[in-house]
Write a protein that binds this ligand. Structure first.
Ligand code: CA
Length: 134
């Protein structure tokens, strides 16, 4: 499964990339809204993790642009924990799920699996490495 991570907080992004890769995902990272918007259109991702507070172009605008262009890749948004308005706006703009910051990596992985399961069906979310099924 190939993911796009759009997050401008370098420390958080590096932490997420490391953990996502350890979980078997292929991850590309964009640290601003313009690059994220472009990458998602150019390349084929299975899911996008989108921080709403991005430089150059806010995450919400990026998401609206994708949906206007009929990009159907599932999107998991990262929002400030106390901002219910952001979550509502994000879901209305076409996000599939959200996670409030700060969050536990376990919750991100679980929500990611749930989003991918809804999109691709149960069978496609398991990763097979030799005889080990994750
Ligand atoms: Ca941010």
């Amino acid at each position: 499964m190939k993911l796009l991570l759009a997050e401008d907080d370098v420390k958080l992004a590096e932490y997420l990339v490391r953990n996502l890769k350890a979980s078997g995902y292929v991850v590309e990272w964009a640290d601003n809204g313009v690059d994220a918007e472009f990458l998602a259109i150019e390349e084929d991702f299975d899911c996008i993790i989108l921080d709403l507070g991005l430089p150059q172009k806010p995450g919400l605008e990026v998401l609206r642009s994708w949906r206007t262009q009929k990009l159907e890749t599932p999107v998991l948004i990262l929002t400030a924990r106390d901002s219910w308005q952001e979550r509502v706006d994000g879901l209305r703009a076409g996000a599939d799920d959200y996670l409030g910051k700060p969050f536990k990596i376990e919750e991100l992985l679980a929500r990611l699996e749930a989003v991918l399961r809804r999109r691709f069906g149960h069978a496609d979310t398991s990763l097979r490495l030799n005889d080990i099924e994750l």
